[in-house]
Design a protein around this ligand. Structure first.
Ligand code: ADP
Length: 384
């Protein structure tokens, strides 16, 4: 039987700060854990036509791929940005499937030296798709090598060191780079500009998530009536990865405590046990919101101060909790720091104070785009 704490056991060897040892296992974390990685292979849509939601991106991408296929040439390089768990890796795999081309998968942190990248690029066959996840974390020398590779299909391999070093140009096969990032704002313009097609993935609507969990239930052999699917979809914070994970946790509950059918009541009871509230907020979200409202009077407060207040790393709060709190209209990012909206007090069952940060003192509200960080980091104001 699964237990709440075991729900998202994390994989080792991942250096993402958002999955640091201080980060609690969260059933609503959008980051993939070992458990997810095993199941996700089976649940990923394999072709563009199977992708649910992201209609505009899907249509644009289908034109890019179709055009390339007709011309018999590799399509433009593709940059996919957006919060974790929305389908960037899935789309990279689909691009390779639609093109009928092999796929190489790597990530920014895995490429430590330019030589690592050269080793990949110099062994490509024509038309191959290279997927670099978390491309904003690529080391600088590798990034510079990538510029030339993307533009001229060439890499300069440097032999030797110091004044005697020589660069030997090496032609590489035309390929398509698919870059994925959760922080598009951190990408240097020089890199961003080299992508011919850029798409931002947005959170999914509950109806779309309902279709996704029903499809997953079909693939996993879970009995999931409509109302059970709606209940899970509504608590999945707009993220397919979370929807699929909640489905698995609720299935455990239904099998152990019930007759295996994931009804609405069963989904509610299970998600209550896993401390996922009706809006999809969990303990960390509520801790962040609670600190913002109770300790900092609604802000503005800097990200790092807020993170310390909840005993988390700043990046965990920023990447894991914040995007959804902003999207849910509970928190806003302003140039002076994070502020709570009136809905935050309401969500916590507290009376909304008449004078608070959003009422003018916080200044211009910065829309969350999942990447730009001008959020007043380091500001330790208690009441602005
Ligand atoms: P990312 O790379 O953005 O973190 P993934 O591509 O790994 O996200 O997606 C996580 C999981 O969510 C996938 O395994 C897949 O099962 C599911 N998923 C993502 N997008 C969709 C979609 N549009 N339709 C159906 N399932 C999806």
């Amino acid at each position: 039987m699964s237990e709440p704490g075991v729900a998202s056991g994390r994989a080792g060897g991942d250096d993402s700060p958002a999955r640091s040892s201080s980060s609690p296992d969260r059933v609503v974390s959008a980051l993939a854990d070992a458990d997810d990685r095993v199941v996700e292979g089976a649940l990923r849509p394999k072709r563009l036509s199977e992708v649910i939601g992201q209609n505009r991106v899907r249509e644009q991408l289908s034109l890019v791929l179709e055009g390339a296929l007709r011309r018999g040439r590799a399509p433009d390089h593709v940059l996919l940005s957006g919060p974790p768990g929305l389908g960037k890796t899935t789309l990279a795999m689909i691009i390779s499937a639609e093109l009928g081309a092999p796929l190489r998968i790597t990530s920014g942190p895995a490429i430590e030296r330019a030589g690592d990248l050269a080793a990949i690029l110099s062994t490509l066959s024509e038309g191959e798709v290279v997927f670099i996840d978390e491309i904003h974390r690529l080391a600088r020398p590798a990034e510079e090598m990538l510029y030339l590779a993307m533009e001229d299909f060439r890499v300069d391999v440097v032999i030797g060191k110091g004044p005697g070093a020589t660069a030997i140009p090496l032609d590489i096969a035309p390929f398509t780079l698919v870059g994925a990032t959760t922080r598009a704002g951190l990408l240097p313009a020089a890199l961003r500009d080299r992508f011919g097609f850029t798409a931002h993935l947005d959170f999914y609507e509950p109806e779309e998530l309902g279709i996704i969990v029903r499809r997953s239930a079909g693939l996993l052999g879970v009995a999931l009536p409509e109302d059970g699917a709606d209940e899970i979809a509504g608590r999945s914070r707009g993220t397919p990865r979370i929807a699929n994970r909640l489905l698995r946790r609720v299935r455990d509950f239904a099998e152990v405590r019930g007759d295996g059918v994931v009804t609405r009541d069963c989904a509610r009871a299970a998600l209550e046990l896993y401390e996922v509230d009706e809006s999809g907020l969990d303990r960390l979200d509520l801790a962040v919101l609670g600190a913002l409202v109770r300790r900092f009077g609604g802000g503005p407060v800097g990200l790092s101060t807020l993170a310390v207040a909840v005993g988390e790393e700043a990046e965990t709060v920023e990447v894991v909790a914040e995007p959804f709190l902003v999207r849910a209209g509970l928190m806003a990012r302003t140039p002076r720091g994070r502020v709570a909206t009136p809905a935050a007090w309401q969500h916590l069952g507290l009376p909304v104070p008449r004078q608070a940060a959003w009422a003018g003192r916080a200044g211009r509200v910065v829309e969350w785009a999942g990447q730009e960080d001008s959020g007043g980091d380091g500001e330790a104001t208690l009441f602005g």
